[in-house]
Design a protein around this ligand. Structure first.
Ligand SMILES: Cc1ncc(COP(=O)(O)OP(=O)(O)O)c(N)n1
Ligand SMILES: Cc1ncsc1CCOP(=O)(O)O
Ligand SMILES: [Mg+2]
Length: 360
């Protein structure tokens, strides 16, 4: 792009100011997103795409536009929305900045058409690249959050459902599944939405049990499917590549199939028989040992696990566990969550130490 190459008339000062302000806005927003890609996610590809977009924007930010700036006379500098002053989580900060960049690119696309005949098409193409960046970043973030989650709370219906989940989130929980076999669909959707908002406030993921439609409607992070639910491939078609899909498994054959189908994680169990799932026979610690040996994807031991038998499950090779009653029925869900997480980290450190000793 060369300055004024595709222009015939001198541009109006107001047009130049609009383009200048929106070039600034989009570049700033991208810079904020880039910092998270680089320092928060350590993802060079995503950070690189932000930088590339910023550089393309800078090439359009020619002297004529920059010199049209008149900050003291701009009535917009005083205007802030209360939401701009508050950011409750990284997710919200990223969403707000993507929104800002996309809006600015749309303004550049429309006003740019008057300024330079190539500008409209160029900014439209950039806007679509930002949409792609947003969904790639969200998918990557979700998967990273899944990987770092060692404890998975599966909910059961409670009068104080939000209170119990929030208490567990305060104890460091980062992964929650909304499981509810008794409420009607309206209540389920309302709960899923509320839980989603709550979890995201704590930078935790919310997965919906059984129902792909609720996962989409509540804008949850994924779905957990049992052997009798939708096949993973069908769920993937509905959910797209950016959401997480989990599958229950009870034996090696189911595990293999879940992996081939493209599940992001699996449930391994029930380890012990449990009143939460009374019709399901225990798969036992042998299956935990099998998963520890064979599963290439993240897996959560589930079923009858509590603070008393946790050690046994960890010694059988589990690095991640899921639980319903141990937290949902706890008198102090925050403390129980902290205990689970501390034991999971202790075991992880022990394994890392052993691996290091094995090398020396
Ligand atoms: C993490 C995790 N693992 C297994 C299950 C059980 O799912 P499913 O077999 O579909 O049984 P229901 O939970 O639907 O009764 C799970 N929910 N989560
Ligand atoms: C949903 C599910 N899937 C396998 S076991 C189980 C229930 C686990 O519940 P609890 O932790 O209360 O034993
Ligand atoms: Mg199910």
């Amino acid at each position: 792009m060369t300055d004024k190459q595709n222009r015939t008339l001198p541009a109006q000062p107001a047009l130049c100011r609009i383009l200048d302000a929106n070039l600034d806005r989009s570049r700033e927003g991208l810079r904020i997103i880039e910092e998270w890609c680089r320092f928060g996610l350590n993802n060079a590809d995503l950070a690189g795409e932000c930088k590339q977009l910023r550089q393309e924007l800078a090439a359009w930010h020619v002297a004529e536009l920059r010199s049209a700036r008149d900050t003291p006379a701009d009535p917009g500098t005083e205007l802030t929305h209360p939401q701009e002053e508050q950011r409750s989580s990284i997710q919200q900060l990223l969403e707000a900045n993507f929104c800002r960049v996309e809006e600015a690119l749309r303004v550049l696309e429309e006003y740019g058409k008057i300024y330079d005949r190539n500008m409209g098409a160029a900014f439209k193409q950039m806007r679509y690249r930002v949409y792609t960046l947003e969904s790639n970043l969200l998918a990557y973030r979700r998967y990273q959050q899944l990987l770092r989650s060692q404890l998975y709370l599966v909910t059961s219906p409670r009068d104080n459902l939000m209170g119990v989940v929030e208490a567990a989130l305060q104890g460091g929980l980062t992964l929650v599944q909304y499981r509810d076999k008794s409420s009607d669909d309206g209540a389920k959707l309302a709960n899923a939405r509320q839980l989603c908002e709550l979890c995201h406030r704590y930078d935790a993921l919310l997965i919906v049990n059984d129902r792909v439609d609720f996962a989409i409607a509540a804008d949850a992070d994924g779905v957990h499917l049992g052997q009798g639910d939708l096949p993973v491939a069908e769920a993937r078609k509905l959910l797209g590549p950016g959401r997480i899909i989990g599958r229950s498994t009870t034996n090696g054959e189911e595990m293999q199939r879940a992996i081939e189908e493209g599940a992001d994680y699996i449930g391994v169990g029930p380890v012990y028989s449990t009143p939460t799932k009374p019709d399901k026979q225990a798969a036992g610690l042998d299956y935990v040992r099998y998963a520890a040996d064979k599963s290439p994807i993240p897996w959560f031991a589930i079923g009858g696990i509590d603070i008393n038998n946790l050690d046994e499950v960890l010694n059988a090779g589990a690095q991640r566990v899921a639980t319903v009653r141990a937290i949902m029925e706890a008198e102090q869900p925050t403390l129980v969550t902290q205990f689970f997480i501390s034991q999971l980290i202790r075991m992880q450190n022990l394994k890392a130490q052993k691996a290091l000793q094995g090398k020396t």
